[in-house]
Design a protein around this ligand. Structure first.
Ligand SMILES: Cc1cc2nc3c(=O)[nH]c(=O)nc-3n(C[C@H](O)[C@H](O)[C@H](O)COP(=O)(O)OP(=O)(O)OC[C@H]3O[C@@H](n4cnc5c(N)ncnc54)[C@H](O)[C@@H]3O)c2cc1C
Length: 435
């Protein structure tokens, strides 16, 4: 029996999801066209990785290079008040949790991944790609490259690809073309951030700090190699009260928060202020005949806990795995066959997005911090061997979820839900919630 022809795929978007998928598919013999709109602002969110991203960077062959321009992230501290400061170090939960992660300058990281895609044999086309609904008399695919996009990739010889991958991030190009609805999350936040120097640091080098913000919402401090990324995330009414422009809002958000001002108040802003709004949403459909969505184009839950880049890379890995029979050329890449192979990916990734949303909700409504405070108080009243083991068990399952190692684990999720309901021992979650 002769082998099926190699898969021909067009990937729209060279962010982490698109570039990672280009590497994985091109390495396995697929003919990849990677459309890159070359939109690389100096500042991009997605600067803090979770540990589960690092084994994927190893697989992609970019971990060593990432280490040369990034800052090792040993853990995360939640700084709710001077008395309520909870520090997690990933290495404490190794080997179940990968022992470290990185804080990355995103544009530089994206460049490394895109160059790795080039090296794997993907053909990068610098163009803003456009899709159209496929003509009914076509091969049965639901989408097609628009004529000018097809023409921008002369090596395609005017032939539509077998598979179109939407990796356009929050532009969600396929959902817009096909009118696919999304499940929208409860928060309508704005985020403003910039890089600073001259900050004051009292935690471990590289540790990411998350803290409630005086003006509402919360703030992040992400140490990069030579600077600190500082962001504020708050609902749009509270953001508007801080000022008219993003610059005014970030400055006022820092100045009106005693703790954040003590970290960065004396520093200088090195970059313009970047802004993002409305990002909690998961597409109701991410697969169809001849197409699939990966990364943010499928869904994005929230910046709290930093899962975005990991989920983008993980979605690429799941898609590449699902396509194994086509990549091995055992079956032809017909649009319906591709959709059948890819549907389990959509189910699995949607479940992951939902699990992260549920975990993050525990941070917003105060139950996770109340649980940490309850554990601390419990240990303060004498810490026998059994008590220590129980406390370690609970912290391990928090770490397993928040690191990306086992966010969907039924046991971990059930344990945290149970404890958040019955284990708070007199500590009110409302007092630790974020507006
Ligand atoms: C406020 C905020 C803070 C965040 N902080 C973190 C964090 O600390 N850690 C973390 O892991 N994640 C974070 N994220 C999320 C993270 O940035 C995203 O999840 C991640 O970038 C998704 O990767 P992606 O490849 O799916 O999409 P993107 O990174 O958005 O990449 C999409 C690419 O496609 C290109 N493109 C778009 N349309 C087209 C087109 N038509 N043709 C060709 N190219 C196109 C874009 O220019 C872009 O290069 C944050 C998000 C927000 C909103």
């Amino acid at each position: 029996m002769s082998a099926a022809p190699p898969l021909r795929a067009a990937i729209l978007g060279a962010g982490p999801a698109g570039a990672a998928l280009a590497v994985l598919l091109a390495r396995r013999g697929a003919q990849i066209t990677l459309f890159d709109d070359d939109h690389r602002p100096a500042l991009l969110v997605g600067e803090s990785l979770v540990p589960a991203a690092i084994p994927i960077l190893k697989t992609l062959g970019v971990e060593d290079e990432t280490a040369t321009f990034s800052c090792v992230k040993p853990g995360v501290s939640f700084v709710w008040s001077p008395a309520d400061r909870f520090a997690f170090t990933f290495a404490r939960f190794a080997p179940d949790v990968f022992p470290y992660a990185y804080n990355i300058p995103r544009p530089r990281f994206d460049e490394s991944l895109a160059r790795q895609a080039d090296a794997a044999g993907a053909v990068r086309v610098v163009a803003r790609a456009r899709l159209v609904p496929a003509a009914p008399d076509g091969r049965g695919g639901e989408l097609a490259l628009a004529p000018e996009t097809l023409a921008a990739a002369p090596h395609l010889d005017g032939r539509q690809p077998d598979l179109i991958v939407d990796a356009t991030g929050r532009a969600r190009h396929t959902s817009r073309v096909l009118g696919i609805a999304a499940r929208v999350g409860p928060r309508k936040d704005a985020a403003h951030f910039a890089h600073f120097d001259g900050f004051r640091w009292d935690d471990a080098p590289g540790q990411v700090l998350v803290a409630p913000l005086g003006a509402g919402g919360w703030s992040w401090c992400i140490p990069l190699r030579d600077r600190l990324s500082v962001g504020i995330v708050l609902n749009q009414q509270d953001a508007a009260r801080l000022g008219r422009t993003p610059e005014e809002r970030l400055a006022a958000g820092i100045a009106t928060d005693r703790w954040l001002a003590s970290v960065v108040g004396g520093g200088a802003r090195l970059t313009p202020v970047a802004s993002y709004t409305n990002y909690q949403l998961i597409s109701e459909r991410a697969v169809g005949p001849g197409w699939v969505a990966v990364g943010d184009a499928f869904g994005f839950v929230d910046p709290m806990l930093s899962p975005g880049v990991f989920l983008a890379l993980r979605s690429a890995q799941l898609v590449a795995d699902a396509l194994a029979p086509v990549l091995d050329r055992r079956v032809p890449a017909a649009p319906d066959r591709l959709a059948t192979l890819l549907r389990p990916y959509a189910v699995e990734h949607s479940a992951a997005l939902t699990a992260w949303s549920a975990l993050i909700e525990l941070f917003y409504d105060g139950r996770m911090l109340a649980l940490m405070a309850a554990g601390r108080d419990w240990m303060a009243n004498g810490s026998g061997r059994v008590k220590r083991a129980v406390q370690h068990h609970i912290e391990r399952h928090i770490a397993l979820q928040a690191s990306g190692a086992a966010t969907t684990s039924r046991y971990s999720r059930g344990l945290l839900r149970f404890l958040a309901r019955y284990g708070l021992r007199g500590i009110s979650p409302a007092a630790m919630s974020l507006r």
